[in-house]
Design a protein around this ligand. Structure first.
Ligand code: ZN
Length: 238
């Protein structure tokens, strides 16, 4: 076995690691999680909008309740005055009664308004609950997907660790300088730095070498460094 065979073995393991890394990066759970993120963001925007409407309705109701309370207080003051016996003047007593009646009408109107606000709140509350249930469901799906992803990732990571150990064992037979060159070539050549020469065909670029070149190579020792004249990759001969 020449250093080229050893290097080819290193490359087999590296390609295997590349495949595993790609598989990890493209796990279906990842796409599902990205999709879920989009749905969650959309739902959260809806929830924020509904919460805004609910807060506005709540403020309206509070304003009405505050005004009703203050009107009741005014009515009670007028009532006390009416029955306190401080005045016997019929016109003043009539004015107080009119005032109380007017306050009562105002209270009745405010109560009607409050009822309307409460009625308007009901469907918005129901919508908010529906959205909350949807959010809980999405959270549940997300948790399951994360667990699925973690399990798949850890399986692939374990496989990568084992392949990397084999790769390092194979790399121990190749000198550092050649390994460094090989790493650089792999980056330039899309992962394949070294290829077998099958007959006159380079298995890296699948082009045939010229008869002259094939003949020249044939006379070199197997350990000699040979590059494919078409693509520039290292060639392994048998
Ligand atoms: Zn080639």
């Amino acid at each position: 076995m020449t250093r080229w065979d050893s290097l080819l073995l290193v490359q087999d393991h590296d390609l295997h690691i590349d495949q595993l890394t790609h598989r990890s990066e493209t796990l279906p759970a990842r796409a599902s999680l990205a999709d879920l993120d989009g749905k969650t963001a959309e739902l959260n925007a809806k929830i924020a909008e509904v919460d805004g409407r609910l807060a506005e309705l709540g403020r309206s109701q509070q304003r009405l309740e505050d005004e009703i309370a203050s009107m009741r207080e005014r009515a009670s003051q007028a009532d006390k005055q009416l029955y306190s016996g401080t005045t016997n003047n019929p016109r003043e007593l009539q004015a107080l009664q009119d005032d109380i009646a007017s306050i009562q009408r105002r209270i009745s109107k405010l109560e009607d308004d409050e009822l309307e606000v409460m009625e308007a709140t009901e469907p918005v509350d129901a919508e908010r609950q529906k959205l909350g249930a949807q959010q809980a469901k999405l959270d549940e799906v997300g948790t399951a997907l994360l667990a699925e992803l973690a399990e798949a990732e850890s399986e692939i990571d374990a496989e990568i660790t084992s392949v990397r150990a084999e790769r390092d064992a194979a790399a121990a037979h190749v000198d550092d300088e050649l390994l460094a060159e090989y790493d650089g070539m792999r980056k330039r050549f899309g992962g394949i730095a070294i290829a077998r020469l099958a007959g006159s065909t380079c298995q890296g670029c699948h082009l045939s070498l010229s008869a002259v070149e094939v003949d020249r190579i044939r006379h070199l020792s197997l350990d000699e460094r040979v590059l494919c004249e078409e693509c520039g990759r290292l060639l392994v001969r048998t």
